[in-house]
Design a protein around this ligand. Structure first.
Ligand SMILES: Cc1ncc(COP(=O)(O)O)c(C=O)c1O
Length: 383
């Protein structure tokens, strides 16, 4: 019975161009991945600074796991509250300009925990309609009253704020949107915050490490709570919540995803400390990332494509789900690995090719992409 239902649903996914079947990757090497014995240029990795595949981080991580062991072997609240975790969390809080920090096993889990624990009955959460699925899940779990505002639309946000109780309202946004690649109007949010006194939660998953002074992201001015993930520019795994004073203890006492889950190991905290030092000294990599990201957008726009993105996430507008999927498949055959973002990752009928640029991409890689994309686009769109 269950199996039949699942088969039917998957058939519908295939018919509508929404089926997901990720290719098997044999290995990665910088900006390349190997699939079916072929070397492909990768534009689908969030390893923005190239640290996730770097020799320096491989060695540091290996050393830390040798020293501290492989597992925390219990939840944080039972027997895994290691002093090195406290130290790493304190250092992260200080570096990013917050009072406290708490590490999580993933950004998804962190968003779920933060939102579902801090907000509940009697609270109102107003969110940008393009925020990440994990934040949406957190809202659903929280039991709060919630309402979305149109993506990046500050006057719509204000309309929502006018109807919400001042001291019981939180606003959720991202600083660099994961699919659209755009940055909201931070100055406008700051003004609204002054006027309406809401609690501001900002997901900086795609900005920390890559954007802002010393990789400190874009929302230090407006966020009361921020979310960072290690799995993108920081080249590792896990995540961290940055918090006002007293909020960490609240999570340790009331957040189910923290209380009932095996903690990250101590070796993770040791590596997190190493990473912070690297991030602080990565201005050159951030400059490379900014430069190559500007170049690809200019090149694509010069060819007449509609391209979005204010930084290293580049969205090429395609629209139709089937055609977008076909374009990424044909590019795969031509040695290019690029993600086709389709519903429900993006709204229906608004499918995009989503490119993540990294500091390791070279201008020659852009040449290759633009030439092959032009050819594939022409072939797919005329048929
Ligand atoms: C905006 C945003 N927030 C949170 C997450 C989740 O982070 P993680 O990959 O560490 O679970 C992602 C990752 O896809 C993301 O794009």
């Amino acid at each position: 019975m269950f199996a039949t239902t699942y088969r039917q649903r998957l058939t519908v996914q295939k018919k509508t161009g929404l089926f997901r079947n990720p290719p098997l990757i044999e290995k990665r090497d910088g900006v390349y991945v190997f699939i079916g014995g072929r070397k492909l240029l990768n534009f689908s990795s969030n390893d923005y600074l190239g640290l996730g595949d770097s020799q320096i981080l491989r060695e540091k991580t290996a050393r830390n796991f040798l020293k501290y062991g492989s597992s925390a072997s219990s939840s944080r609240l039972v027997s895994a509250n290691y002093d090195i975790m406290q130290e790493a969390e304190n250092r992260y809080a200080r570096y990013f300009g917050y009072d406290e920090a708490l590490f999580f096993q993933s950004g998804y889990q962190a968003n779920l925990a933060i939102i579902s624990t801090f907000f509940g009955t009697g609270d109102t959460v107003i969110f940008d309609k393009h925020i990440h699925a994990s934040s949406i899940k957190g809202i659903m779990l929280s039991g709060c009253r919630f309402t979305g505002y149109n993506h990046g639309n500050m006057s719509h946000l204000e309309k929502r704020l006018l109807k919400s109780p001042q001291d019981k309202t939180a606003v959720l946004t991202e600083s660099l949107f994961s699919m659209d690649g755009d940055i909201p109007d931070m100055a406008a949010i700051k003004k609204l915050k002054k006027r309406y006194l809401f609690l501001c939660v900002v997901d900086e998953a795609h900005a920390f490490g890559a954007l802002g002074t010393g990789g400190r992201g874009l929302a230090g001015d407006i966020a009361d709570i921020a979310l960072g993930t290690f799995g993108k520019a920081l080249g590792f795994f896990g995540a961290f919540a940055l918090l006002p004073k007293g909020f960490k203890s609240y999570l340790l006492n009331f957040a189910s995803p923290v209380i009932y889950s095996t903690s990250l190991p101590a070796a993770h905290a040791a590596t997190a400390l190493d990473i912070l030092e690297i991030i602080e000294n990565s201005d050159a990599l951030r400059a490379c990332l900014a430069k190559i990201s500007r170049l690809i957008k200019t090149r694509l726009r010069n060819e007449g494509f509609t391209v979005y993105g204010d930084a290293h996430i580049v969205a090429i507008e395609i629209g139709n789900e089937q055609k977008t999927w076909e374009i990424s498949n044909r590019l795969l055959e031509k040695g290019i690995f690029v993600f086709s973002a389709r519903y429900p990752t993006v709204p229906m009928g608004k499918a995009i090719l989503r490119l993540s640029m990294t500091a390791g991409h070279k201008p020659e890689d852009i040449d290759i992409f633009v030439e092959r994309f032009k050819e594939v686009y022409r072939n797919v769109m005329v048929n």
